[in-house]
Design a protein around this ligand. Structure first.
Ligand code: GAL
Length: 839
């Protein structure tokens, strides 16, 4: 009877997968989170610079870990600091170098005996080594690659098992803050011996029109059992709902009698057509999920979830980039992977908050500089409509630093590239593969070709690129001929010559890194750009290799065949506080210009002597706390020309400058604007198309009161903005980015605090020390203020406001319900609170 019912279920439901159901993550349905219940201890270099020697046999099951710290992943053991002035600003003045040991005691039920058990690491920094019950399982040194380990050979079903993971960042050098430890999610995967292989589906879309889309799916079926099988594969395609939910089923395909020998695999091609498909685009990022079911003798042995999107990509040398046949100018940002005060510890709410802000600014593409991203970035990019330049390396065989990828290159480059492509190639957001950034070997013809060929072998559907800061050397050497797409970082000087060179005339070209403008939120200096280790927010400063955003916009206009740009950077990040960064890798930007190099060398010497407190970057359009700088509106005005907007800078609290000049700049998507001070017109100014990207009133004589701008477009009123002199700081105003948060222990709310006058206007240049507390079932995760020179701990519940603003990040306790009341208090100010319900 049971047998008949089982058979009936298979016949009635087919694959047994229903619309409206949801899944944990892409990959096997047997995947569950393995983030909780870890024990941690730091050895080697300690935060204070002393050493704690590693114990013997920390990998063995019986090792006494009784006094280790209990924690959940993702975890970054460098972010707790403290900031140390003696450490390099280039990597955030944080003590991230050390040896991190993690252990986890866990049981797999006896009933699972016979199943395969894997552990999937989304990323572990760095030189991961893994043991199970004292047996060595494997290693993956490059901290940005996702990898799988097979635990089955040493696993004891029904008994306690001990997994031990050692990470060693002492062996790793970086040009930015890399984080340390198991900083991304970890998953346990249980499957029957016959299952879809790891990253075992490869979906391409040979033909996509609005009438029909042909989908080709190569499925690799593993048989890790001890007898040959004949399997049936069924793939059902569903429209994708928010997150990982399946909506309407739109197509199905089945293939029977697939033979797979024991201990072997078989690759099966499945093809299916979707009629009247929903196309993936930046504006309408429609996704589908493919659900592949494996049946052996009528019994389901695996269900595997893959993502896909239907779109066409075309890269041309003359007409730019075409998405679904329409030209799309790449309005991109480069971003590093850290999440500000959270460090490198991956968190989806934090990443999503970043992407929401970037979308608002008009960003349509992200470059994952200079390494493979967390998988969640691609999932969010698919879902929210961003294109992704997916990058592998910052160094090849010859490093920029003693212990960077050069130490791994020979043994690992192919494995790391294959892992990147296999993990990411089904994502519709991924549109370009990048094999590197400004690598020392960028003129190496053979190496370039070898790496590009590996990428093309694994996925011929996307172009392979590389970011050059020696674009002339790269092209004259012929190395660039090994690529499909040229990436130029900063140096567009000889662009016209190369566009005309027959070797490259047909090669699409992208501004893979541009501008590198630097600024500090809310700082305005007069007659100088730099003061107190901060940088003026008039958006006029940049290192010698960079330029203002305006100059880059003009360059793009001059070379309309460029695909667009990836500006450096969307968000401030930990480390690399140029121009207050004494790291010698700065010199690499002037590898072909001896006089500029000598000049920079001198500046670096001076910086080394002065040892600035700067520990995070100034490049961001948005600061480390996630607060937009003025530059946000400059990019928005250019990238969202149809959004009526105007933005005035600076603020208007200049009591010490009464009767002195305070230049006023206006960023607007209009083409003309009139500025008023206390109701009196200061004149109407017009942009010269292709030349002006801001309107400037350089001779405004300061008087307290109100500045107002009225912007026009084609003669019609378009947008207004105003800034007013505020009163004294009187109170704290709080607002949350999330209306409510889930009690899953992961979701975060970001609460912005503004120091306000009695009328609720933010008081610029105010820096009171704010004390945070949470009432209800939640806790403070981190605090920040966006000040690149602050040594206040990110974990402290106290934070000085920086130019009127501070941030507190909170989460709900796991499983708890109720309401979080986040409170902020400061001496002499009326306290404020934000209320965030937990669900
Ligand atoms: C580029 C480099 C980036 C960053 C940037 C700063 O040359 O690729 O990683 O260092 O300069 O301007």
């Amino acid at each position: 009877m049971r047998f008949i019912l089982g058979l009936l279920a298979v016949i009635l439901c087919g694959s047994g997968i229903h619309a409206q159901s949801s899944f944990t993550r892409l990959g096997s349905a047997g995947t569950t989170s393995f983030d909780e219940g870890w024990l941690f201890k730091r050895y080697g270099l300690q935060p204070d610079g002393t050493r704690l020697e590693e114990p013997q046999q920390a990998e063995t099951a019986g090792f006494n870990d009784g006094d280790w710290q209990r924690l959940s992943l993702p975890h970054d053991f460098g972010i707790t600091g403290p900031f140390r002035i003696d450490l390099s600003g280039n990597t955030g003045k944080l003590p991230w170098k050390g040896i991190g040991w993690y252990r986890k005691h866990f049981k797999i039920p006896a009933a699972d005996a016979g199943k395969k058990i894997f552990i999937d690491f989304d990323g572990a920094m760095a030189y991961a080594e893994i043991w199970l019950n004292g047996h060595y399982v494997g290693t993956w040194p490059y901290g940005y690659t996702s990898f799988r380990m097979d635990l089955s050979p040493y696993l004891e079903f029904g008994k306690e098992n001990v997994l031990a993971v050692k990470l060693n960042t002492e062996k790793w050098d970086s040009r930015w803050y890399p984080g340390a430890g198991i900083y991304r999610h970890v998953w346990l995967v249980k499957t029957e011996p016959v299952h879809v292989a790891h990253w075992g589906t490869y979906i391409t879309t040979p033909s996509v029109t609005t009438q029909a889309a042909d989908i080709k799916m190569a499925v690799t079926l593993d048989n890790q059992g001890n007898k040959p099988v004949k399997a049936t594969l069924q793939t059902d395609i569903f429209e994708a709902g928010a997150g990982n939910t399946l909506k309407k089923k739109v197509a199905s395909v089945q293939q029977k009698n697939i033979e797979v020998a024991e201990g072997s695999n078989n690759k099966v091609d499945m093809t299916v057509t979707i009629r009247n498909p929903r196309i993936w685009s930046i504006e309408n990022p429609n996704r589908y999920f493919a659900v592949t079911t494996v049946l052996v003798n009528g019994k389901k042995t695996d269900t595997y979830y893959s993502t896909l999107g239907l779109r066409t990509l075309e890269f041309t040398a003359r007409n730019g980039f075409l998405l679904n046949g329409k030209r799309v100018e790449i309005q991109g940002v480069c971003n590093h992977h850290d999440l500000g005060a959270l460090g490198a510890a991956m968190n989806t709410s934090a990443l999503k908050r970043q992407l929401v802000l970037l979308k608002e600014m008009g960003v349509n593409a992200i470059r994952t500089s200079h390494n493979p991203p967390a998988p969640e970035l691609l999932e969010l990019a698919d879902e929210m409509g961003f294109l992704v330049w997916d990058e592998a390396f910052d160094a090849w065989k010859h490093g920029k630093k003693k212990n960077d990828y050069n130490k791994l290159y020979d043994e690992w480059h192919e494995k790391d590239l294959v892992a990147l492509v296999h993990r990411d190639r089904n994502h519709p957001s991924v549109f370009i593969w990048s094999i590197g950034n400004e690598v020392m070997d960028q003129r190496d013809v053979a190496m370039t070709k070898e790496l590009a060929d590996i990428m093309r072998r694994e996925d011929p559907t996307r172009p392979v690129s590389n970011g050059y800061n020696d674009p002339d050397g790269g092209r004259s050497s012929g190395a660039v001929q090994g690529l499909d797409l040229m990436g130029v970082n900063y140096f567009f000087g000889q662009q016209a010559k190369w566009d005309a060179d027959p070797r490259y005339a047909n090669m699409p070209t992208m501004g893979s890194e541009t501008s590198s403008c630097v600024s500090s939120r809310g700082e305005y200096f007069f007659g100088t750009n730099r003061q107190n280790w901060q940088i003026t927010s008039y958006d006029l400063d940049h290192p010698g290799w960079g330029c203002t955003p305006d100059v880059q916009f003009a360059t793009n206009a001059k070379y309309p065949n460029l695909l667009g740009e990836f500006m450096w950077t969307g968000f401030d990040y930990l480390g690399e506080p140029t121009p207050y960064n004494s790291d010698e890798t700065n010199l690499l930007n002037f590898r072909t210009d001896p006089s500029k190099r000598a000049e920079l060398e001198k500046a670096l010497e001076e910086l080394t002597k002065n040892n600035p407190p700067s520990r995070s970057s100034y490049f961001g359009i948005i600061d480390l706390a996630g607060f937009p700088k003025d530059r946000f509106y400059l990019y928005q005005s250019h990238w969202r020309p149809n959004l009526p907007m105007a933005h005035i800078l600076p603020h208007w609290n200049w009591q010490e400058r009464i009767d002195s000049v305070v230049p006023v700049h206006v960023y607007t998507s209009g083409d003309e604007a009139e500025l008023f001070l206390n109701g009196k017109s200061l004149g109407r100014k017009k942009k010269q198309p292709g030349k002006d990207f801001r309107l400037v009133w350089d001779d405004v004589v300061y008087a307290p009161g109100e500045l107002k701008v009225i912007a026009y477009k084609q003669g019609k009123q378009w947008a207004t903005d105003r800034v007013a002199t505020t009163g004294e700081a009187a109170k704290l105003g709080l607002s949350s980015n999330a209306k409510r948060i889930k009690n899953n222990g992961q979701e975060l709310a970001f609460i912005t605090v503004k120091v306000e006058d009695k009328n609720g206007r933010m008081v610029p240049r105010s820096h009171p020390k704010i004390r945070f507390s949470v009432e209800g079932p939640g806790e403070i995760v981190a605090t920040d203020n966006g000040d690149a020179t602050s040594f206040e701990s990110f974990q402290s519940p106290e934070k000085s406001a920086y130019n009127g603003m501070a941030l507190v990040i909170v989460k709900a306790k796991k499983g708890a319900r109720g309401v979080l009341k986040i409170k902020a208090a400061a001496d002499g100010l009326t306290p404020g609170q934000a209320v965030v319900p937990v669900e």
